[in-house]
Design a protein. Sequence first.
Length: 389
Amino acid sequence: MTLIPTNDMISQLVSNLSIRSNQFFGGGGDGWTSYIGILMYGVIFVMMFYGQRLQVHMMIKDVEGSLHKLKFIKEEGRKTAIETLKDVGKPTTDITSRVDRCLDYFTISPQSMDPAGIVAKLDHILDVRDQRIKDDVKLMIPQCEGDQLNNMENTLEAAMALNYIYKVVRHYYIQGKKTMSLYVIMQLQMILPIVMKEAEAYGAALKAFSQGQPIGDSVGPLIAGKLMYGHEVREVYKDCVVATVPFEGRTAIVMKAKGPGGNVGKPGDAIETIIEENEGKIAMLIMIDAGLKLEGENVGEVSEGIGSAIGGPGVDAFKIEEKLVKYKIPINAIIIKQDIGDAVSPMRKEIHEAADKAIELVRELVLERTKENDTLVIFGVGNSIGIGQ
């Protein structure tokens, strides 16, 4: 709460200042000491009534510095997206205005007042969004197809994420500066380190997507790719592939998103299809994915648990869980721990090495939790960029 000084308060303060100065300096100390004492009281007076405003100004300057850095990252992302599209497609017309339109692209969630059927609505909205971005890429570079099209879509989406982060931070910065609200600026300043870390991660992701390099989130498809290598592969659902692999005396149906383009596929529909094809025969589902680590944990740690190891808005997890409940199929999860920066930037050595550890853990789970001749499903969840099959 800011205090508003009244005349009585000011008179009382001046009186106290005079009395205390005489007491402290014996009524006749040297001039410099008296001046220092008066100055100290002046500082106390200013801080009493204007301290909060000074604090807000200091916070605004701090946020302003981060905002300038964020703007630079955003502009570099835009530049990378434009240059990558030009290098890949060699367009005959200028695509800059088209890219700028895409950067401001938004998606409105379906109405949830009546939640019945909302998963199907959200699934439809996400499918339309995905197809719309691919169509925009095709309009800019018509000859782009297959894996290259997926990589360009991912590059554009990373630039879109950076643009959105910058605009949100700028919004609260301007709002806090206009209102001089301590609480708006304080909250923004407190979350900025996390926001900047995420923005820098997306900046690194642009390089990986534009060059088709595996990222940290590709560790699930990497593990599945290792397991299915050398076996016949078929596409089971949109952008998802499957191979039937003999595994420790069992039959493993190994699945992943189709690579090596930047693609996550439709895991929910793919697993639904496989469970229906093998009605009543699936003994266990194992899902492998990248997982967000806690501070203090090491990158590449492998952990096991229970449940649908899959991110996103929840549509795929919902579909998987519905089928698991229907057929009473147990589900196990394995995650390879990493932070948000590792997940979307080029794959680190520790994450790559963790793939073999995860395969050993899968082997232990299969031997301990299933019987010989059982059929199980292993799904390597994540972006398949740079990972073939």
